[in-house]
Design a protein. Structure first.
Length: 555
């Protein structure tokens, strides 16, 4: 419908003014029509005429075109279009656009580090990453969902130092005494202990640095048998078991984990190769990228001890993802604190593989906080964990409904995260998230169940097509349903799932207004209105599925 109208306006501009221009159409308030355009204002300078005059000329030209019921001129030269009911109804049958058909996309998100706890940010990126991946798949792309995490690095050295201390030395057999349900938290506590020791105890700091090197060495030597290696590999496996269990709990699946250990060598090799070509420079025994000449900051890619930093590992990661998938697009989601860091890494890669940086979109988000604010400190170990958010939702849901169903709580959390535009901090209010009276996941789930109930109670067969003679309230509902495909297209283009949430809430409100004033069952127009109810329910279901939220038939 929208493309048909764009084509008609574009054609009219060419015929009337000899100008090749593609108009932009927006959705105005319903009282002004179905679409609006400022094309006349855009043309004014090019054709040397008053925009109002241009708009009136275009309106006369377009009036009566196929699919257009009315064209009106407003203000200094805006065009408001009302399409025919038949065109509006026909648009609902059109499939969602496949703008990425045949494209390969790698979506990297969540990215927890083994030996550390999953915090609320990991939950957020998992939820948002899933929604973005769903949007990309709906647009026709082949999407590979991957996960990157640090199984080597100083944090591992800190944790290993504390674990070995807890075990009374390199005694891997003592790990059997740690209950399976306690392992993740046991390692998280060890990380906190190791971090404190690193900051406060010079002797511990030296030992932690030595353990860090030893971890890199066991990867290079493929050591799985020494006592130190057995502790390391066992605890690393515990971490991945913990991650997998959590992802299964929230309904997230990853095709592949990329441990830092598997990409570090390629990163090291690539940086050294590009050092010879002048991309990187030596500095005090380290290898750096001078970002300052690009308006960024300088960062170390290989430290003075020859160990690759996070920067070099990210170089290895993007090169490995390219080798594995030859992607057309790579989407990476991280916290805001990684924004400048990634800008430097991508600028460095741009010097020798510009096609990879051009295909990469780095999306960032703020900190997840509970209402009232929660201070996060990995040093003190009082970070807001992923499970804390889910537990808060379960408690709020039980207090509000008496129901402690985890799936309901997850729906509440996911929607609460997704409805906020990605970028800033996320304030999570458990009570608000579980309410069925406001803009929440449970509200939309209830709205869907209510619509399915209407269809079930009727017992009549829903007609295949809708009569084009629509009453005003019916047209308002059909008009709102017709916006779905455009909303999905916008959300996919911008990689912003909150557009879906905003639309679904507005759609549910539109249906409520319709249903309050218009009987469906036992009405002379029952079959026609059942068609609308079904179209509405199907649209709600489709949108919720994009958000990875179930659409229950009953509640």
């Amino acid at each position: 419908m929208k493309e048909q109208l764009i084509h008609a306006v574009k054609e009219a501009c060419q015929e009337l003014f000899g100008v090749e221009i593609t108009p932009e159409l927006t959705r105005p308030e319903e009282k002004f029509g179905d679409y609006a355009s400022n094309i006349a204002l855009q043309l004014a300078n090019q054709v040397g005429k008053n925009p109002r005059e241009i708009a009136e000329t275009l309106a006369d030209k377009l009036q009566g075109r196929e699919g257009i019921a009315k064209v009106e001129v407003a203000g200094p030269g805006f065009l408001n279009f009302t399409v025919t009911n038949q065109t509006l109804i026909k648009s609902l049958a059109q499939p969602l656009a496949k703008s990425l058909e045949g494209k390969v996309v790698v979506a990297e998100y969540s990215d927890p580090n083994p030996f550390k706890v999953l915090h609320a940010g990991h939950l957020y990126t998992s939820v948002v990453g899933d929604a973005i991946a769903n949007l990309l798949e709906t647009a026709g792309a082949t999407v590979h969902r991957v996960n990157f995490g640090g199984d080597v690095g100083l944090h591992v050295g800190k944790t290993m130092w504390a674990i070995i201390g807890e075990l009374g030395g390199e005694n891997p057999e003592k790990l059997d005494k740690i209950p399976a349900e306690d392992r993740a938290q046991w390692m998280a506590d060890a990380y906190v202990k190791g971090t404190n020791a690193f900051e406060d105890d010079e002797g511990a700091k030296e030992q932690i640095i030595a353990y860090n090197k030893q971890v890199y060495a066991l990867h290079q030597e493929q050591d799985h048998d020494s006592p130190f290696a057995r502790i390391y590999w066992t605890c690393r496996d515990w971490s991945y078991d913990y991650f997998n269990a959590f992802y299964e709990r929230i309904g997230t699946k990853f095709e592949k984990y990329y441990p830092e250990s598997e990409v570090a060598d390629l990163g090291l090799k690539t940086v050294k190769e590009q050092l010879e070509k002048g991309v990187f420079q030596h500095s005090d025994g380290a290898i750096i990228f001078d970002g300052e000449k690009y308006g960024l900051h300088t960062r170390v890619f290989i430290n003075s001890e020859g160990i690759p930093t996070y920067e070099a590992k990210d170089v290895g990661l993007i090169m490995t993802k390219w080798q594995d998938y030859h992607f057309d697009k790579s989407v990476v989601i991280t916290g805001n604190e990684q924004e400048q860091y990634m800008a430097v890494v991508l600028k460095a890669i741009e010097q020798f593989a510009p096609e990879l940086t051009q295909a990469t979109s780095h999306l960032t988000h703020g900190i997840v906080k509970l209402t009232g604010g929660v201070k996060m400190s990995s040093r003190k170990g009082n970070i807001l964990r992923a499970v804390d958010v889910i537990d808060a939702a379960k408690e709020a849901n039980k207090a509000a409904t008496g129901n402690d169903d985890e799936q309901s709580a997850l729906a509440a959390v996911k929607y609460s995260f997704l409805k906020q535009r990605m970028g800033g901090d996320i304030i999570y209010d458990p009570e608000e998230s579980v309410s069925i009276l406001g803009n929440s996941g449970p509200y939309l789930q209830y709205a869907h169940a209510r619509a399915r109930s209407i269809l079930s109670k009727s017992g009549k067969e829903v007609p295949e097509t809708l009569d084009s003679e629509l009453e005003p309230a019916e047209r308002s509902l059909v008009r709102k349903i017709s916006e779905y495909s455009e909303t999905v297209e916008q959300a996919t283009l911008e990689l912003m799932p909150h557009h879906i949430c905003t639309y679904l809430y507005e759609l549910a409100q539109t249906f409520n207004r319709f249903y309050e004033g218009n009987r469906v069952i036992d009405d002379p127009r029952e079959e026609q209105r059942l068609w609308m109810v079904q179209a509405y329910a199907d649209t709600l279901q489709s949108g919720l599925q994009l958000l990875n939220i179930p659409a229950p038939e009953s509640m």
